[in-house]
Design a protein around this ligand. Structure first.
Ligand SMILES: Nc1ncnc2c1ncn2[C@@H]1O[C@H](COP(=O)(O)OP(=O)(O)OP(=O)(O)O)[C@@H](O)[C@H]1O
Length: 245
């Protein structure tokens, strides 16, 4: 038995447990100020918040990419963690399949890589160079590279931030499908409230370095025109201090 950050008793140990997390870059004050967060196995959490509230700082802390940053607190994450950023970070000197399988061990690495590319709709592009792919295709390859490792935790920092609106919508559908198939716990940083509601089981709003709002997305219908969707969007925009009228 475990207690989540809202004091509820749960029977499942969380995939991510953060307690009293502090991070600061200078003496002017903290960016993260005693943050608590649990993410259940297979749960999809979207993290929103105004610019500069520490979303990326939290994600980097979970990814173990902030060892030079001052702070303390408890972070427990699974052994296998993958990270996706706004830019695909594909190695330009490696072909697409070699990017996906880079660092993978075992005789079936190539086959697993090919399957992952097929899953993201890039079958036939194995021998392409990254520069030959569109922005959306590069992000697909980046997702394939993450998921081929079957991570228990997927951290995504504005992965669709640089894509056009139509490609974003396609990527939302793809990410949902991939997450349903692979069931990693997910923490997705996004500025887009609609994206958060479309994708996540839970939306967390960060403010002043702590969790300010934590809401479950309990919608049978995730269509933007649905009344429940609109209600949740306006609650979140209100909490963000944005006038949704
Ligand atoms: N390496 C760094 N050195 C100094 N200050 C930093 C560093 N990284 C982040 N900060 C500061 O920490 C604060 C939080 O930054 P962070 O990138 O986590 O915010 P964010 O919520 O992700 O913002 P955005 O939505 O604009 O991407 C900001 O004030 C930022 O200037």
């Amino acid at each position: 038995m475990a207690q989540d950050t809202r004091g509820l008793t749960t029977t499942v140990e969380p995939a991510v447990r953060v307690r009293n997390l502090h991070r600061s870059f200078n003496e002017n004050g903290g960016v993260l100020n005693g943050l608590d967060l649990d993410i259940a196995p297979g749960e999809f959490v979207a993290l929103i918040g105004r610019s500069g509230t520490g979303k990326s700082t939290l994600l980097r802390a979970l990814a173990g990419l902030d060892r030079d940053v001052a702070g303390h607190g408890q972070i427990e994450v699974p052994e296998s963690v993958s990270v996706v950023f706004q830019d695909s970070r594909l190695l330009p000197w490696k072909r697409v399949l070699d990017n996906v399988t880079f660092g993978l061990r075992g005789p079936d690495a190539g086959e697993r890589g090919r399957k992952a590319l097929e899953e993201v709709g890039l079958a036939g592009r194995e021998r392409s160079w990254p520069y030959e792919l569109s922005g959306g295709e590069q992000q697909r390859a980046s997702l394939a590279r993450s998921l081929v490792r079957e991570p228990e935790l997927l951290l995504a920092d504005e992965p669709f931030g640089a894509l056009d609106a139509l490609t974003r919508i396609r990527m939302h559908a793809l990410l949902r499908k991939l997450c349903e198939a692979h069931r990693p716990a997910v923490l997705l940083v996004t500025h887009d409230v609609d994206e958060a509601i479309v994708l996540a089981d839970r939306v967390i709003l960060l403010d002043a370095g702590v969790v300010h709002t934590d809401v479950r997305v309990d919608l049978a219908n995730r269509s933007r025109s649905d009344a429940g969707f609109a209600e949740l969007r306006s609650l979140l925009l209100d909490r963000l201090g944005v006038d949704s009228e």
